[in-house]
Ligand binder design. Structure first.
Ligand code: PMV
Length: 348
């Protein structure tokens, strides 16, 4: 089908990994499978305007605006993304593009926007592709969107659908793949439905070591092979816990995964530390709170100092009180973001 020009907009959420992706092979192939909760409120909204080129031999061009301002420092990452996906989306060469993006969460919050941003952009591109090929199935659309998002940022592959996404080949999931993420098919146990994630913003600054560098440091890492094996095992153990609603098993795996991620950073060469003193203060407070109240609240970490506090919705008022009384003091300017498990991306 011939399409001259148009505009599409998609909104995609961020996600928080329970079993972490840390280490990759060439072509954005993960060294181990990972699983994440899709979030609901932390989102990127991206629009893609396309205009057919007069002359196909013109070079490929796009303009990028972040929060309505031209943003040069994001351009190289998007350029690289377009280069990587070119062979899977040859029609891109026929168009010039204007991309506009914004996030629902503050720009400098230490929350990586690459997962939500790259998946929103991948969905816009697939929207154009589905206009060129109206017969495309929904399943193909979602898979290829995840496939393309992966080439922008690995964890972005898990931001297409909700509520639980698995990326990377695992022997217990026949349809799992290193190339794209799949939705965990079963309905979430009621204990984990509407699970809350309050993100405690310990450090809003840009992190000193990018995840690209971090992934690379897993090559030749002394504990790499054991770690990759452990991720497979943790995923095998986490699924029955999610199925049966077993909080204590869930907590054991999720907290261990977070600390192992940071242990990999601390034991690579060169070594580095992304946690801050307040990260540890918060972790200790969460442990004490869990012990004192019996409420199954736990933490996880991304590649940064911020703490994600995970807990069931029915304990929300007690946990929020705890956050206000005891944790806010450790957050930069007292800031935190309340989020919860969500249903994935949507077209606007
Ligand atoms: O998607 P990347 O390359 O920014 O890697 C993100 C890795 C972690 O967030 C630390 C873990 C994960 O699985 O999301």
């Amino acid at each position: 089908k011939e399409i001259k020009s148009g505009k599409v907009s998609w909104q995609a959420p961020s996600n928080i990994a329970l079993v972490k992706y840390w280490g990759k092979k060439e072509h954005q192939i993960p060294a181990n499978p990972s699983i994440s909760f899709t979030l609901n409120h932390c989102r990127s909204t991206t629009s893609l305007e396309f205009q057919k080129k007069e002359d196909k031999s013109d070079s490929f061009e796009f303009d990028f605006y972040f929060e309505d301002k031209p943003k040069q420092d994001f351009k190289p990452k998007i350029e690289k993304f377009f280069e990587r996906i070119q062979e899977y989306c040859p029609y891109l060469n026929d168009y010039n593009f204007v991309i506009r993006s914004e996030n629902s969460f503050p720009h400098s919050s230490g929350i990586a926007s690459s997962a939500s941003g790259m998946s929103a952009l991948a969905l816009c591109i697939m929207d154009l592709e589905s206009q060129l090929d109206p017969e495309m199935s929904k399943e193909h659309f979602q898979r290829k969107a995840s496939f393309l998002a992966r080439l922008g940022s690995g964890s972005a592959s898990r931001s297409i659908q909700g509520d639980l996404m698995i990326w990377g080949k695992h022997n217990e999931f026949e349809s799992s793949s290193d190339l794209f993420a799949i939705r965990y098919e079963d309905e979430l146990h009621k204990n984990f439905q509407n699970f809350q994630d309050t993100i405690l913003l310990v450090d809003k600054g840009e992190k000193q070591v990018s995840s690209t560098v971090g992934h690379d440091l897993m090559h030749g890492h002394p504990f790499a092979e054991e770690r990759f094996k452990q991720a497979h095992e943790n995923l095998s153990k986490l699924i029955p816990a999610l199925k049966s609603g077993d909080y204590s098993e869930f907590i054991k795996i999720v907290e261990s995964e977070a600390l192992t991620l940071h242990a990999m950073m601390m034991s690579s060469h060169p070594y580095f530390i992304l946690m801050k003193p307040n990260t540890l203060e918060i972790i200790n407070k969460i442990w004490k709170f869990r012990e004192d109240t019996g409420i199954p609240a736990c933490f996880t970490l991304d590649a940064g100092a911020n703490v994600h506090l995970l807990y069931p919705e029915d304990h929300a008022s007690k946990v929020l009180e705890f956050i206000k009384n005891e944790l806010v003091a450790y957050c930069e300017n007292g800031h935190y973001i309340c989020d919860q498990v969500g249903n994935g991306a949507k077209k606007l």
